[in-house]
Design a protein around this ligand. Structure first.
Ligand code: 5AD
Ligand code: SF4
Length: 465
């Protein structure tokens, strides 16, 4: 998963006229706040669609809402603590308006189940990621004063028929889920427990969703799944895998850029890399979470590859897609990690020359293999020091990556006005690097050519050619 890591707070802004209503203006209103990964952002869009179809209006203002949902993340303990902090805030709203319904949905709901109702008095509803179709009925129960819980995990649910309500109309980029759940069982990870087993979505419904997005002027889509490389669909005896799906999307939508997230290194095939190479609208960026550079730690993590096998995958990327950028996820201080293991992570980073990275301190999650069988034995101050060394090295690598782009010309998808100046626009290269350049006559959604003239720590600065 590529992450909108750490509290990506998202508010849904559409409004519809309702059929039923407790709110004076007609429809009851939902406010939804999202934490965690891109998949969760997309799930909030699905929840918004499911409730809009039942006549709910959607508001940006929690103070305006009849119904407040927090779509939660359990990946690290601090993600959960942040949600608990928000529940304290919503408790104050509820004091003033006891009829307000507060729901915790998503991964933390799935992990804690009924326990959450005991620990957090503010919470009226607890709903797991596969139970969103049951929301109308659960809201009905909660509105009648009963606590409502559904944390059933499904083997089939993909919300394939739901057209998500997009958060920010006018954006050029949207998420499309192609699969849900995960079968990998990495020792540290809570996701298989919170999101259940892997299932793929019917490709016809994926193509239909993208064609609607195309008509709405979206110019870039990111295909989402916990492990997109294991996408599988069988139609009439013919098997469609992830490269096949990518190729058919690329052919059908030549004017749309396609990204994907996340790849598991053990399943990233040459077939996928060759497919990307064959279509210019498949983006030249591979996010390949390594987690550790030490084969010993990777084995403890149950990642299914060694340092050398991972390096071979990168060599394939460099051979088949030499212009691709490369990003990763790294965990510092996993159970039993020694100083030497840590140095192997640093040396692998240096060898790979990552363009960017998401870096975390190991956080033990209850119920995982690591929590049951391994000791969380790296002291906090050592985890912090190792993480800082990793971040420092990545800062150096990111700066070098941007320097390499100087004097090169890239195709850039214009996204909007730069935060620094309204005379400048920003957009992204196929490699997923942000470029700022003078406005001229361009609009969001335009594809233009930009030459990189210099770079800052976070951004490439360019001029149109
Ligand atoms: N502690 C720290 N980081 C974790 N991740 C997953 N589980 C944990 C954990 N228990 C990181 C991994 C993963 C990313 C989404 O979050 O790097 O790729
Ligand atoms: Fe996404 Fe759930 Fe994992 Fe958080 S725990 S990153 S919300 S899948």
């Amino acid at each position: 998963m590529q992450k909108v890591r750490i509290h990506s707070k998202q508010m849904i802004a559409e409004k519809t006229e309702g059929k039923e209503g407790s709110n004076l203006n007609g429809a009851p209103k939902l406010y939804i706040e999202t934490y965690g990964c891109q998949m969760n952002v997309n799930d909030s869009e699905i929840v918004a669609a499911l409730l809009q179809n039942k006549g709910y209006g959607i508001t940006k203002e929690p103070a305006d809402a009849d119904l407040i949902f927090i779509n939660t993340c359990s990946i690290r303990d601090n993600a959960e603590q942040r949600v608990r902090g928000r529940l304290d805030v919503f408790k104050q709203y509820k004091k003033k308006r006891p009829e307000l319904v507060v729901g915790v949905i998503g991964c933390m709901a799935e992990r804690l189940k009924e326990q959450l109702l005991v620990e957090e008095q503010t919470v009226d509803m607890v709903v797991g990621p596969d139970a969103y179709r049951d929301l109308p009925q659960l809201i009905h129960m909660a509105s009648a004063g009963q606590k409502a819980v559904n944390v059933h995990l499904s083997r089939e649910e993909t919300y394939a028929d739901i057209q998500p309500v997009r958060m920010d109309p006018g954006k050029v980029s949207a998420f499309v889920s192609i699969m849900r759940g995960c079968n990998n069982m990495c020792a540290y990870c809570v996701v298989p427990y919170t999101r259940g087993g892997e299932r793929s979505r019917d490709p016809q419904t994926i193509l239909k969703e993208i064609s609607i997005l195309e008509k709405e002027n979206y110019r870039e889509i990111t295909l989402l799944g916990q492990n997109v490389n294991s996408y599988q669909w069988n139609i009439g005896g013919q098997n469609i895998d992830f490269p096949d799906l990518m190729a058919s999307i690329a052919r059908q939508f030549p004017g749309i850029r396609i990204r994907f997230s996340t790849s598991h290194p053990k399943d990233l095939s040459d077939k996928l890399l060759e497919t990307i190479a064959a279509y210019p609208n498949l983006c030249r960026h591979i996010h390949l979470p390594v987690q550790s550079g030490s084969s010993r730690v990777l084995k403890e993590m149950k990642r299914g590859y060694s340092r050398e096998e991972y390096m071979k995958r990168i060599e394939s990327i460099r051979r088949i897609l030499p212009e691709a950028s490369l990003s990763t996820d790294i965990i510092a201080g996993f159970s039993g990690e020694t100083e030497e293991d840590h140095r192997e992570t640093l040396s692998l980073m240096e060898w790979a020359g990552y363009d960017f990275a998401f870096m975390f301190k190991y956080s033990e999650r209850p119920g995982t293999y690591a929590a049951r069988k391994l000791k969380d034995d790296v002291p906090e101050e050592i985890k912090t020091r190792r993480l800082n060394e990793i971040i420092q090295l990545q800062n150096k690598l990111s700066a070098a990556s941007k320097k390499r782009d100087r004097d090169h010309i890239f195709e850039v998808l214009v996204e909007g006005t730069s935060k620094r100046s309204d005379k400048e626009l920003f957009g992204r290269t196929s490699q997923n690097k942000v470029v700022v350049f003078p406005k001229g006559n361009n609009q969001p959604g335009d594809l233009i050519h930009v030459k990189i003239v210099r770079s800052t720590a976070a951004t490439l600065i360019g001029e149109r050619v």
